[in-house]
Design a protein around this ligand. Structure first.
Ligand SMILES: [Zn+2]
Length: 304
């Protein structure tokens, strides 16, 4: 294993799922570490960031981390109050996330740690914590540029893109791919001919915009929360049907797709069955894309 890798610490969407039937995939909520030598990037701070923090404080060469948040739904920030490096003197913690100015991030994160919801406030963090807005100007982390784009998800939610050794990595954990498409479809009967043409153009535009952020990406970590049946019931909730994710990724020329943000009510067998379906779909379309199920603890070497 080289010193450049991606490690999955939390892959579950919505809420933690620490059930014995879910352990092959894992129960922690979103957290993905991108390690480039001694530089540490952490995408989202769901409960997966807790074991990551415990691991980082054991490593004597690391005293600085970059936490890059997509949005502030609980499942993406609830590990932060238990992130040990933030409580350690001598550490630097840079936090990036949606907001008009850095103070917005600070107040949103402080709010979840105020009494009576939590006994220890952010004032007790002993690390040097700084806040940064990564949009529209990309976040500059050393020599790395991390750019953001807006996802289809309730509230302002960013996806992120970075280049490592000439390979593009995109992290888009909560994103509904067919949102406009299907909401238009439902109301189609109400529209006259001109409106239908306009809406069809909009659909096309939206589809190409959806695919744009994935185009020729080496490693795409993307929402694949629902089965077809569940998506029919949960349309508009801000998550994708895994079939849409796989088809969009193939259309966009993605090399490695990582199904992510697994529905917490699905056990290992259900998610593995969804994965088998993706293999059939990829085979049917004659695509060379490799589709993986994100699993807790999974390690991807970026030098391979
Ligand atoms: Zn969310």
């Amino acid at each position: 294993m080289s010193s450049n890798y991606v490690r999955f610490w939390g892959v579950r969407g919505s809420y933690p799922a620490p059930f014995s039937t879910h352990m092959r995939i894992g129960g922690n909520t979103p957290c993905v570490e991108v390690r480039l030598g001694s530089r540490v990037l952490i995408f989202d701070a769901g409960t997966g960031v807790i074991p990551l923090g415990n691991e980082l404080v054991k490593q004597s060469d690391i005293h600085e981390v970059n936490i890059i948040l997509t949005h502030y739904h609980w499942d993406h920030i609830s590990g932060l109050p238990f992130f040990v490096p933030a409580f350690m003197p001598g550490w630097k913690v840079h936090i990036f996330g949606p907001g008009d100015e850095p103070a917005d991030l600070e107040s949103r994160l402080a709010a979840q740690m105020k009494a009576p919801y939590f006994p220890v406030e952010t004032e007790t963090w002993l690390a040097d914590v700084s806040y940064h807005t990564p949009h529209p100007v990309p976040a500059q982390i050393g020599e790395l540029s991390v750019s953001s784009f807006i996802l289809h998800h309730p509230g302002i939610t960013y996806g992120y893109r970075l280049e490592v050794n000439g390979k593009t990595i995109v992290y888009a954990p909560d994103n509904e791919l067919s949102f406009i498409d299907r909401s238009i479809e439902k109301r189609k009967a109400e529209f006259d001919q001109d409106e239908q043409t306009l809406l069809n153009d909009m659909k096309q535009e939206d589809k190409s915009r959806n695919i744009e952020f994935m185009t020729d990406v080496h490693m795409l970590i993307h929402d694949a929360q629902y089965t077809v049946d569940d998506y029919a019931r949960k349309h508009g909730w801000g998550h994708s049907c895994f079939i849409d994710t796989v088809n969009s990724a193939m259309d966009a020329g993605v090399k490695h797709l990582f199904l992510f943000s697994h529905e917490p009510t699905y056990d290992d067998e259900q998610i593995e069955a969804m994965h088998r379906q993706t293999q059939e779909l990829i085979h049917e379309r004659g695509s060379s894309m490799v589709c993986h199920v994100s699993r807790e603890g999974m390690l991807i070497d970026l030098e391979d």
